[in-house]
Ligand binder design. Structure first.
Ligand SMILES: [Zn+2]
Length: 282
């Protein structure tokens, strides 16, 4: 749930670099597909800018020839990713994120590129830079071959969607008698939010299992700060948690408004039972 600046590489540059060392009989076929790749990148750009990737159904049918489709997907698999591939330097450049955090989950390290529209279904987009998003391996697997069938089924695209100005992610602390308390995460759209965007954020949250990721991390964080809180009174704990929340908020690279730690510290600072001694149960 973090935004990223789009890559400063054109589809033509990446495609040409990747196919530059292809053996002649494949090279001729791939050269002939170059303009179709560039046109597909333009179509993708227009649709992604309008949050309308679900409208690109016709692009999935191109090219018709199965051998061409295979060569295009192989261009990603064999000509961009491997260490010795012609496009490997570009693969590494596309994967590079300043803070190294996966923008899809906002937590794990980037280890791969995720196709916003899957390469097997959209071979013309296999090496188009704006379709390639740095991601962790788990997010990449969770998304798999997903193709949105409607506007609201689109997961967030880090180059085109930016939630940083408003808080969407919240947590809730539930006290249960005779059981350990529970911390849960959920999406609450800001007042006046666009209904399609709200549905997309929920879809994204569910697709990448973010409640299941953030909940256990929050419990670990509460365990980490328990010792610090023991040395304070309730007012001191309140102040400490507000400071912790603001330190996440000011660091936009760390996720800012929608970092799971922000939602955690915010909830804890506002929970009198936690401040009065409940923190010791974590
Ligand atoms: Zn991730």
């Amino acid at each position: 749930m973090r935004s990223l600046p789009p890559p400063n590489l054109s589809a033509r540059t990446v495609y040409r670099t990747c196919i530059s060392k292809a053996i002649p009989r494949y090279k001729r076929r791939l050269d002939a597909l170059e303009q179709a790749v560039v046109d597909a990148a333009d179509e993708f750009e227009a649709a992604a800018s309008a949050a309308a990737l679900h409208t690109l159904k016709d692009l999935a049918k191109k090219p018709v020839d199965e051998a061409d489709r295979t060569q295009l997907t192989n261009t990603y698999i064999n000509r961009l990713v491997p260490d010795r591939a012609a496009g490997n330097a570009l693969y590494n450049a596309l994967k590079k994120v300043r803070h190294k955090i996966c923008p899809l989950c906002g937590h794990r390290d980037v280890s791969t590129l995720d196709h916003q529209l899957p390469k097997m279904k959209y071979p013309l987009l296999a090496v188009v830079p704006i379709n390639l998003v740095p991601a962790c391996g788990i997010c990449n697997k969770l998304k798999g071959e997903h193709v949105p069938k409607s506007a609201s089924e689109q997961t967030l695209h880090p180059y085109y969607d930016d939630l940083a100005d408003q808080q969407w992610l919240f947590s809730r602390l539930k006290w249960i008698e005779s059981c350990p308390p529970e911390i849960t995460y959920f999406i609450r759209p800001p007042e006046g939010a666009d209904s399609v965007l709200a549905a997309r954020v929920v879809r994204h949250f569910q697709m990448f299992c973010l409640a299941e990721l953030y909940g256990p991390n929050a419990v670990r964080e509460m365990s980490n700060i328990r010792g610090i809180l023991r040395g304070m009174n309730a007012a001191g704990r309140h102040k400490f948690l507000l400071l912790a929340e603001s330190s996440v908020l000011v660091d936009k690279d760390a996720g800012g408004q929608n970092h799971w730690k922000r939602a955690l510290f915010q909830t804890l600072a506002g929970d009198s039972r936690y401040l009065e001694g409940g923190f010791d149960q974590f």
